[in-house]
Design a protein around this ligand. Structure first.
Ligand SMILES: *[C@@H]1O[C@H](CO)[C@@H](O)[C@H](O)[C@H]1NC(C)=O
Ligand SMILES: *[C@@H]1O[C@H](CO)[C@@H](O)[C@H](O)[C@H]1NC(C)=O
Length: 142
């Protein structure tokens, strides 16, 4: 009887634990354009002494400390435009964006920031970007 009574409570705590773990691991419980922008949009680029300091600062501010992340330095309008008229799924931007790729090295505990001008691949959902996939070097015309 006691076990039966505590079962829903146990289930609830498991659900809460799951939600907490999802947050703690930096995974988005649901993917929305808001969350995508909160994680990847920084325009104009925040001032820092160097790109390593930039990455430490920005990931800390966005609640994703010690994680690899790419920041995009362009208008929300330009970023969201990638998904205009597109079906749900990955889309590569036809144009390039100024970005900073932050890589965290767990061994040294330091971040490396690389400023690039790359095309970006995002997941589009309902005509808006909801997830960053990767950046790709612009193609040289052949
Ligand atoms: C970047 O700036 C930080 C803070 O000013 C400094 O501690 C660090 O040594 C600098 N890193 C590089 C690679 O210059
Ligand atoms: C972050 O990037 C580095 C360098 O590419 C890679 O070795 C590491 O596994 C990445 N970390 C995560 C959590 O993906």
């Amino acid at each position: 009887m006691a076990l039966k009574g505590s079962y829903p409570a146990l289930l609830l705590s498991l659900v809460l634990l799951g939600a907490w773990l999802a947050l703690a691991s930096g995974q988005q419980p649901t993917s929305t354009n808001d969350q995508f922008l909160r994680r990847h949009w920084d325009n104009p680029k925040t001032q820092a002494t160097n790109n390593s300091a930039y990455c430490s600062l920005l990931t800390r501010c966005r609640g994703i400390s010690k994680r690899n992340n790419t920041f995009i330095h362009d208008s929300i309008r330009a970023i969201n435009h990638i998904c205009t008229g597109k079906r749900d799924g990955p889309v590569t931007s036809p144009r390039t964006f100024k970005i900073t790729v932050c890589k965290f090295n767990p061994k040294t505990g330091t971040a490396t920031g690389t400023p690039l001008v790359h095309r970006i691949v995002v997941i589009c959902k309902k005509k808006l970007p909801v997830r960053f996939v990767r950046s790709v070097r612009p193609k040289i015309w052949e």
